[in-house]
Design a protein. Structure first.
Length: 935
DNA sequence: TCAGTCACG
DNA sequence: GACGTACGTGACTGAG
């Protein structure tokens, strides 16, 4: 059919589809050869959805998908900086470009691209032709550059919101009608495409100016009449740049097209063709979907390469049989055990999971061990299950019958668990490593599925087994609650009947093995192998050693402090209640808020989203000028915190056997690569207040030993200076100057000799603020100064240190483009919320700015820790704790200087040879009998 | 189990 | 131009 009146042409912006598909979906690869196909899968889904929705009054009679030929176009000849900041497409995406063309054709839709032109120009030209021929046009795209084409039968369709945009829609967006859109765009510029525009003029001002003056030429001609001085000068000074910007954003309607509209007529999809393509891509789910829609039988696609449910971004390389718990074996005889050992030696790898009586590895007793060598090939070896479900009158009970003796099992498994040529696979293997280490077995070599996931998907989701199983295997393992219960009635695993324990425990090993089969092949494709191999895996034994070493904590010191705190609390409590005129619970923010703001009618009560008054330290400090009560409450809170969280809880945490406190570090807990310390958290022992710091006096060295603390000085600021390229700060660090004073001097133009502590304090707050993704509001609150003044400081900082702005923009741009940011060592930190709408995006932006800095610092100390053990070998010293930028050691008295020398060298040189920093790292050292003295 | 608070880097 | 605001953690408490 010839295109003309009554026809309706749909032009789909194919490149936008591809990028959206790429970013919206998790990485996906073709099972048979590892070809990345995630974007292709997403693209096909979008095409399918488009076809399904293509009916009703706006249905197409003609349709084409238009692609960009390459990133270079004639616009680069107009302006060599056009799209200059745009990085090359991600490597995984490149091979998918031709596949999306193939997909389009398979779906029976024409596709076109022309060298030297952007898709936008082809769409513009086709649109003009269609309009001239008297037909309608729908441009399927959310690109605002295309809005200039709307009108006269041309509309846009935003495929994300499924919303049509007409002339009024354009006016809503730009404040002008389509014919003036280029004028507005010329003024506002476009950071993404690097269209310069007019500096300092944004969308609102641009629209207002064009509305007022009619069009851009009139505006530029009459620029001298503008009242605002700055605006007037900008428009005069940058007139040429603005005209150039208009040329850049104006789409061309006169391109030579190598196709005519008639050829774009909608065709019925050819099932064979589509299914053939989807089959080659190994998209099983999509094939099924298409077959169903077209009413043909679904072809047999061997592997599911594209489970596309967003909630369950699925097992693309997993053609695993469903979990079959009935297939699991309970190993009760020596013959069975030997058969498993043979099977493991045959396979060369085995997933291992230990079941114990406690989450605390230092006290946990082994109940059993499960193994898996292949999907559904798994067993459970009970070794410590009890005969009765509950303890008998004497507090114990006998072992259940038909279990191999613990020691026999361990002796039989030891050669396997320590064999160089058998890979042991665990989920959070540090746990099992420690359990087995307590029985004299050193597990190696090993892989850890939790750490694989952390290296691959840090920031996207958590890395616990249940979550990984659901996400990557579409399988929900048996919840532990079903076996041991919860709360008061919870029992230990050794009380679980073996018949119930086997399916649970063997399933854990099975799932772990399947996760390994799924995740391990992705490492190198996503280029995080080095991260996993140098920053994650080697840390496991290092942390295990530290955790098992523990740190000596003096119970008497804590106990005495607890008593003193209790007295003080009681005194403060009666004081406060006297002031209040009635008793109330000081620990209840709700009661306190009501007292302060409803009863005492103090000013400034602000209710949060739950309807409760805020009563945090900032609020109470402000109120302290009005009334004596809030200050006393703050005192009470401080003491209460110290007592409950530290002096009391720490005593509970002292291990009865070792007399020491053994924390547990989570390697994959923090998004940035930092460790987290739990049970108890030894990374937040007080230090900032005099009173709190005394808690550290309870952390002591053994008799004849001392504690040594080494900490990186200003590591994050140093990294900022390096990464954002701030010459003044780099020099200051090289010369060992006072960094905050230098900052203040640069910012406020005050010579160092005249520096005041107030200016320095402000500069310091700004320096930290920068690392956190500063905002005027945040700085204002921190410094307790007006917001506009805080904003002025920030502006001045940006002007004085232009590298900062460039760094931040670069990070944000990268995060938006890739969905992740990188540390200097290649750790990926995903930022899934970065393109979100609403306040979530602001959060994500600040997190994205902070992540490379905090993450690089975390990587550096990880490298130092991994190298520390060999470096201090031979010294009577061991590493006990890590507190983000500090390492705490225990060393025999007399050897502390040797330790400091070696440890400092390791820490200072930790980035070598992977990264060469342009600032030196410095490490401060201290020694003492207690942590308070050493720090 | 959640929200509020506060300890650390 | 509005909206909520420093980044990253874990533990304890009250309250539902």
């Amino acid at each position: 059919m010839a295109f003309g009146k009554g026809c309706h042409l749909h032009l789909i912006d194919g490149s936008a589809f591809i990028f959206r598909a790429y970013h919206a979906l998790p990485p996906l690869t073709r099972k048979s050869d590892g070809l990345p196909v995630g974007a292709v899968a997403g693209f096909c889904n979008m095409l399918l959805r488009y076809i399904e929705n293509n009916n009703g009054p706006d249905a197409a009679t003609h349709v084409a998908v238009i692609f960009d030929f390459s990133s270079k176009s004639f616009r680069n000849e107009l302006y060599d900086q056009y799209k200059a900041h745009r990085p090359p497409p991600p490597e995984e995406l490149v091979p998918q470009f031709p596949l999306t063309r193939e997909a389009t054709r398979a779906f029976g839709i024409s596709c076109h691209e022309i060298e030297g032109y952007e898709a936008d120009d082809i769409i513009a030209t086709a649109t003009c032709k269609a309009r001239e021929a008297g037909g309608r046009v729908t441009i399927v795209s959310s690109d605002k550059d295309m809005m200039q084409l709307v009108g006269g039968g041309v509309e846009m369709l935003d495929p994300i919101k499924n919303k049509r945009i007409d002339r009024e829609g354009v006016f809503e967006k730009f404040g002008v009608y389509p014919e003036r859109v280029v004028d507005v765009q010329a003024l506002m510029g476009d950071a993404v495409d690097n269209v310069p525009g007019a500096p300092g003029i944004g969308p609102k001002t641009a629209a207002q100016l064009i509305q007022e003056y009619g069009d851009l030429d009139a505006l530029l001609a009459r620029a001298g009449e503008i009242k605002q001085a700055k605006r007037r000068e900008t428009l005069i000074a940058f007139a040429d740049q603005i005209r150039l910007s208009r040329d850049l954003v104006t789409l061309h309607c006169d391109m030579p097209l190598d196709f005519d509209l008639d050829s774009l007529e909608v065709r019925d999809p050819d099932a064979t063709q589509i299914l053939d393509f989807l089959g080659r891509m190994e998209f099983r789910t999509l094939s099924r979907k298409v077959a169903q829609r077209l009413g043909v039988e679904a072809p047999a696609v061997p592997e599911d390469a594209g489970q596309l449910a967003r909630e369950r971004p699925a097992p693309e390389e997993t053609a695993f049989p469903p979990i079959d718990r009935a297939a699991y074996e309970t190993v009760r005889t020596r013959a069975q055990l030997d058969a498993w050992i043979a099977r493991i030696q045959e396979a060369g790898h085995v997933a291992v999971d230990t079941e114990t009586t406690s989450l605390n590895e230092m006290v946990a007793e082994l109940a059993g061990i499960s193994l898996a060598t292949a999907p559904n090939v798994a067993c459970y070896i009970p070794v410590g299950h009890r005969a009765s479900a509950t303890a008998d009158l004497f507090g114990g009970s006998d072992l259940a019958p038909d279990q191999l003796p613990l020691q026999e099992v361990l002796d039989a498994l030891r050669p396997v668990l320590e064999a160089d040529d058998i890979l042991k696979i665990g989920q959070n293997i540090k746990y099992d490593w420690k359990i087995l280490a307590r029985h004299g077995i050193e597990v190696r070599p090993f892989d850890d599925t939790m750490l694989l996931s952390y290296a691959l998907h840090g920031g996207l989701h958590n890395h616990g087994m249940d979550e990984l199983s659901e996400r990557y295997l579409s399988h929900i393992p048996i919840p532990i609650k079903e076996l041991i219960g919860s709360g008061k009635s919870m029992v230990t695993f050794d009380r679980v009947p073996i018949e119930k324990a086997t399916p649970y425990a063997a399933e854990d090993a099975d799932v772990t093995l399947r996760l390994w089969l799924t995740l391990r092949p992705r490492l190198h494709r996503v280029r995080v192998t080095t991260v996993y191999e140098t920053l994650e895996r080697p840390l496991v034994p290092v942390l295990a050693h530290m955790e098992m070493a523990g740190i000596k904590v003096d119970r008497d010191t804590l106990s005495r402090m607890s008593g003193a705190f209790a007295q003080k609390m009681a005194q403060l409590e009666s004081e406060v209640q006297e002031m209040a005129g009635r008793p109330f619970n000081l620990g209840s923010p709700k009661q306190l808020g009501e007292l302060l703001f409803d009863e005492l009618k103090l000013p400034g009560g602000v209710k949060g989203k739950t309807g409760a008054y805020g009563t945090d330290v900032n609020v109470l400090e402000d109120l302290a000028t009005e009334h004596p009560l809030p200050g006393r409450v703050l005192d009470w809170r401080q003491v209460s915190k110290l007592k409950s969280t530290y002096t009391d809880a720490l005593q509970q945490a002292i291990n009865a056997d070792t007399g020491r406190v053994h924390t547990s570090y989570s390697i994959a807990g923090a998004n940035t690569g930092r460790l987290a310390s739990t049970d108890p958290n030894l990374q937040n022992i007080p230090v900032r207040t005099e009173e709190g710091r005394r808690i550290r006096e309870a952390f002591v060295a053994e008799e004849g030993k001392v504690l040594v603390s080494l900490d990186y000085s200003q590591i994050e600021l140093r990294l900022l200076a390096h990464m954002a390229d701030l010459p003044e700060l780099k020099t200051a660090f090289r010369e060992g100057q006072d960094i905050h004073a230098i900052t203040a001097s640069e910012m406020f133009g005050v010579p160092l000799s005249e520096m005041t502590s107030e200016l320095r304090r402000r500069a310091k707050a700004i320096n930290f603020g920068i690392i956190y993704g500063i905002s005027g509001f945040g700085l204002a609150r921190n410094l307790r100064i007006p917001k506009d003044q805080a904003q002025q400081f920030i502006d001045r900082y940006f002007i004085k240190f232009p590298g900062i702005k460039a760094y931040m923009d670069g990070v944000i741009q990268g995060a938006k483009r890739d969905g992740f940011v990188l540390t200097l060592f290649g750790r990926k930190i995903h930022t899934p919320e970065i393109n979100a709408k609403g306040p979530g995006a602001a959060f994500a932006r600040r997190a994205a700015i902070n992540a490379p800095i905090q993450g690089t610092a975390a990587d550096i100390i990880r490298r130092a820790m991994i190298r520390m053990e060999p470096a201090i070998e031979g010294l009577p010293a061991r590493m006990l704790l890590q507190v983000h930028d500090e390492l705490l050691f225990e060393v025999e008295r007399g050897a502390e200087d040797a330790l400091i020398e070696r440890a400092r060298s390791v820490m200072v040189n930790a980035p070598d040879p992977a990264v060469k920093l342009s600032v030196p790292l410095e490490v401060e050292a201290g020694t003492g009998q207690t942590w308070a003295a050493a720090h």
